[in-house]
Design a binder for this molecule. Structure first.
Ligand code: ZN
Length: 434
């Protein structure tokens, strides 16, 4: 049994809890004194574990960037107890065999729930639908399908995919990027791209696909999720769609809530990401959209890359940034410290709602008796300095190296077992697969 004393909940209550057999078995108002044989939270915040619906774990195929084990450790360090692994692995997760392999490796690592996302089309080629039914029926019970990295740009394929997943209440997660409008694109199309002479990735290339797909989702009455929204216009489209009752949800990444395209001015590929960093106006619209709930969730788009793919000229650099270990702190900095959101809102956007969208029953639940013990403790008074060399991820491509960030995740409990203690990941599963 695990006991935690003096834990602060987001509603202000300070409680003592017991955890047994994966669930919370006791919860009572704290006496204010630490209990013997308990983990003393000392008024740290106790939250349900965070849930990330957009993680690139790279295994199988690019184990030099990340493995399911190292990615699980990065997730734990960032306060996540569940992640959804994107399908753009090698081989692509477009059949039951690969998604079952990813699911099993996640279980073996044993630190968090690793839930594979299935590809929409075979080999992410955008032409033929993948074996979505077989993936849904597999032990991994896939419900989210995405060609992320690529856009499902053919409207007929997108329509068929949306129709198909209705059978098992699945959802299509779209990487909204009209390919013809983004040929050779390197960064946001705007004043900065014109000044420094890099080919632009215009907002309309994202918005055109979002507009088309919300109309398709309405037409076939299916569920659509928009990955990594980046533009003010995109927020308006989602707001319009929701007002119309269309079943659409949307995510924003932590980096798009903070960083802007002028950072690209020094041609440092660390800031190269797809979709690209946009303008301050977009950043403000994304923050407002998230606060309002037009944007449902934060998702990291954690995209590990080895050093050689980033230590190069801008145009040759790989797209993507690490996200898992800094996500919570960036959301605290951009949304909570700016008074746009409360801690309860943060829990909603980073745990409760992502778990609901994905249908993860044991994640994102209230902290109450009988509820699953996927929990994290956070020291909300402390800050930390990001050091790329201390990342649990196998890669180091964080744009936040050297930055002081608020809120420290200190302890993580997964299925009632402690997997991180005072910032140290407990040695579970380290013998396998590293
Ligand atoms: Zn993407």
């Amino acid at each position: 049994m695990i006991k935690i004393s003096r834990a602060k909940l987001t509603d202000g209550r300070v409680v003592d809890i017991d955890i047994e057999n994966k669930v919370i078995t006791k919860l009572q108002t704290s006496t204010g004194k630490p209990t013997a044989d308990a983990i003393d939270a000392g008024s740290k915040l106790l939250l349900p574990g965070l849930v990330d619906l957009h993680t690139h774990l790279r295994e199988p195929g690019r184990e030099d960037s990340e493995t399911i084990l190292t990615g699980s450790k990065a997730a734990v360090a960032g306060g996540f107890t569940a992640v959804s692994a994107m399908a753009n692995t090698n081989p692509v997760a477009d059949n039951a065999g690969v998604v079952e392999q990813i699911y099993r490796l996640g279980k073996e690592a044993g630190l968090i729930d690793v839930q594979p996302i299935g590809a929409v089309t075979q080999g992410l080629n955008g032409e033929k639908l993948s074996e979505m039914g077989a993936m849904a029926d597999s032990i991994a019970k896939v419900r989210i399908f995405s060609d992320d990295g690529e856009c499902v740009s053919d409207p007929l394929i997108m329509r068929r995919a949306l129709e198909y997943v209705k059978i098992f209440n699945g959802i299509i997660a779209q990487h909204a990027q009209e390919p013809r409008l983004t040929v050779n694109a390197q960064m946001n199309e705007g004043i900065v791209s014109a000044r420094i002479g890099l080919p632009g990735w215009p907002a309309v290339a994202e918005e055109a696909i979002i507009a088309r797909d919300i109309l398709l989702a309405e037409h076939v009455q299916s569920r659509l999720h928009i990955c990594h929204l980046t533009t003010a216009g995109g927020v308006e489209l989602i707001r319009w769609a929701k007002a119309r009752g269309i079943q659409v949800t949307a995510e924003v990444t932590p980096h798009h809530l903070l960083l802007t395209d002028d950072l690209v001015e020094n041609y440092d590929p660390i800031f190269k990401v797809n979709p690209p960093l946009r303008t301050q106006k977009d950043v403000m619209a994304l923050r407002e959209g998230l606060a309002e709930g037009v944007i449902d969730i934060v998702a990291t788009d954690h995209a590990p890359h080895p050093a050689e793919d980033k230590d190069c000229e801008f145009h040759a650099g790989a797209c993507g940034m690490l996200g898992l270990e800094t996500a919570l702190s960036i959301v605290v900095k951009t949304m909570v410290q700016s008074n746009l959101m409360s801690w309860a809102d943060l829990v909603n956007r980073m745990s409760i709602t992502p778990a609901k969208i994905a249908g993860y029953k044991s994640q994102g639940q209230d902290i109450a008796i009988g509820m699953p013990a996927n929990l994290i403790l956070i020291d909300q008074e402390k800050s930390w300095k990001v050091d790329k060399n201390l990342m649990k991820s196998k890669s180091k491509n964080t744009p936040f190296h050297g930055t002081e960030l608020p809120a420290v995740v200190t302890d993580v409990f997964h299925e009632g077992e402690q997997v991180m203690k005072n910032g140290e990941i407990l040695d579970k599963g380290t013998s396998q697969n590293e």
